[in-house]
Design a protein. Structure first.
Length: 77
């Protein structure tokens, strides 16, 4: 997934409930692994489309029309 298309929402409770507290270097490590897990989830649905349509934007539009999830969340403990 092109990194320019990845958006990480802030961890405030109006975006995501029950956020765990973090600090120091734990946060980048945990969030990085969560981002990778989300990208892997998204690619499960997108990979077959990308084989037929290599243009990223067109592939995502096709996935949208097919109701394939285009957002993901993950909890890394």
């Amino acid at each position: 997934i092109p990194t320019s298309f990845i958006r990480v929402a802030d961890a405030s409770t109006d975006k995501k409930y029950n956020q765990q507290q973090n600090g120091g270097t734990q946060s980048p490590d945990v969030h990085g692994r969560a981002i990778m897990a989300c990208c892997e989830k998204l690619m499960v649905g997108l990979r077959p489309i990308l084989k037929e349509e290599p243009d990223w934007r067109k592939a995502v539009l096709r996935a949208y029309k097919m109701r394939i999830p285009l957002q993901a969340s993950e909890h890394i403990g």
